[in-house]
Ligand binder design. Structure first.
Ligand SMILES: [Zn+2]
Length: 452
């Protein structure tokens, strides 16, 4: 009796030493061992976490088996298991064959359970508890990219090969449906958010996080530069495991633009244009077949087009009649008194100055440089209040006026007041911008007249 007890104590010590070595060599393997010292009998019931997995006569061999399983698996701390061996008094109990014991130990130690794996192109992505759950994942993935308004889905499929198969897995690694759907679509479970601050733009955010603007857009479908402070955006660029291909159809009513046709009209002056028939856009009903991959249109074809209303061509009359004024062909200084050239014709800064600037006090009368007809009188962009006179083949332009005193279509005599010097439009002080145009291009006015 005493000898037996001593032997058992020695065995315990040896096992403890081995345990320590195990902990040191494979830090992730934790095997908690309780050994109940027997006084009689040589058959042991082996249990893992209180559940019997077999009977053995060889304690050491069984423990090696358990260690081997955990070591080969690289078991992490959360899987600490308690392996116990208790002596069995009943000598008739059947010993468990070693292979079966190994199998049972594996199942119990690794906490394995039956599951269903979802594979994409042969790669296992996640294991779900049931076949139904795995099938639900696939269905949910297919409906993850809703069609845009007015579009009807005809068919959806996943481009990659999807396989659902039974698979034994650890209880701890069984995934939920929604997290698996998100994983398949985003390629990761990573979450990385950024909160918009004052002054942020997609570009500044991308630069600060070593990303491209396109990445930010991919991570946040539909995002625009219209960012709101405190708005949260994702910085995780999706790399989906799946490509959801949907075939859709959409019918839209679109405008057909009208064309404009010009006709010559000798009852109008050559600076006049008149709309004879107003153009009107038509409309058509077009059905598009679209192919979308993960929500992005990759193909769009018009499969049916129905013209509901043809557009009406606009007819524009262009005058050919020469105004009944006889230009002298000699131009006079275009302000009634004084004035000096403050900016010449030609290259100026990075641009081209198409006339001369004549500085004169505000309100100085501006006069027609030759006999002509007023073909434009009104605001003219950077020219401000502006008059254009036609002299037959040539025309003159008077810009930045403070007041226009001539009317569109009016015949004016050389020297007649048509407006007053001002600083309207793109101007830094009172002056007249004066241009001479011949055949559509501007000429240097200073070559046409001498200061008088
Ligand atoms: Zn000018």
């Amino acid at each position: 009796m005493r000898a037996q007890l001593q032997k058992a104590v020695a065995l315990t010590k040896r096992l403890t030493l081995k345990q320590k070595r195990l902990l040191m060599t494979a830090a992730t393997v934790l095997l908690l061992l309780t050994l109940t010292v027997p006084f009689t009998g040589s058959t042991w019931a082996v249990s893992v976490d209180g559940k019997t997995v077999g009977y053995t006569r060889d304690q050491e061999d069984t423990l090696e088996l358990a260690r081997g399983i955990l070591e080969a698996d690289g078991t992490v701390e959360e899987n600490v298991a308690t392996v116990e061996m208790t002596p069995v008094q009943d000598r008739k109990v059947k010993l468990t064959p070693k292979e079966e014991l190994k199998e049972n130990l594996t199942q119990a130690l690794l906490r394995l359970q039956e599951g269903w794996v979802v594979k994409i192109n042969g790669m296992a992505i996640a294991t779900l508890a049931t076949k139904e759950a795995a099938e639900t994942v696939v269905e949910k993935v297919k409906t993850s990219f809703p069609p845009e308004e007015g579009s009807e889905i005809k068919k959806v499929h996943i481009k990659e090969e999807v396989e659902i198969a039974p698979q034994v897995a650890r209880a701890a690694t069984i995934s939920e449906v929604d997290e698996t759907v998100a994983l398949l679509i985003r390629g990761t479970n990573e979450e990385r958010e950024y909160e918009i601050k004052a002054g942020d733009s997609l570009w500044s955010i991308a630069r600060a996080h070593d990303m491209y603007v396109d990445d930010i857009i991919a991570a946040n479908p539909g995002i625009t530069e219209n960012l709101q402070i405190d708005q949260k955006i994702s910085l995780v660029v999706p790399k989906p495991y799946v490509t959801v291909v949907s075939r859709e159809e959409k019918t839209v009513v679109e405008a057909i633009p009208f064309e404009t046709q010009t006709v010559k009209d000798n009852s109008l002056y050559n600076y006049e244009r008149k709309v004879r028939t107003a153009g009107k856009p038509g409309s058509k009903r077009t059905t598009y077949a679209m192919v979308r991959e993960n929500g992005l249109i990759v193909e769009q074809t018009a499969i049916n087009e129905l013209i509901e209303e043809e557009p009406t061509t606009q007819v524009m009359a262009v005058g050919t009649k020469q105004p009944a004024v006889v230009a002298t062909g000699r131009y006079t200084w275009p302000v009634s008194r004084g004035g000096y050239v403050s900016s010449r014709y030609g290259r100026r800064g990075g641009g081209f100055h198409s006339g001369v600037d004549i500085a004169a006090p505000r309100g100085t009368p501006v006069i027609a440089s030759d006999n002509g007809v007023v073909t434009y009188a009104g605001w003219n962009g950077g020219y401000g209040k502006c008059i254009i006179l036609s002299h037959g083949g040539c025309s003159t332009l008077y810009g930045h006026l403070s007041q226009i005193t001539a009317k569109h279509g009016q015949k004016v005599q050389k020297g007649q007041t048509i407006g007053l010097v001002g600083s309207t439009g793109k101007s830094t002080g009172p002056h007249l911008h004066f241009e001479i145009r011949e055949g559509g291009s501007s000429k240097n006015p200073l070559l046409y007249f001498k200061h008088q």
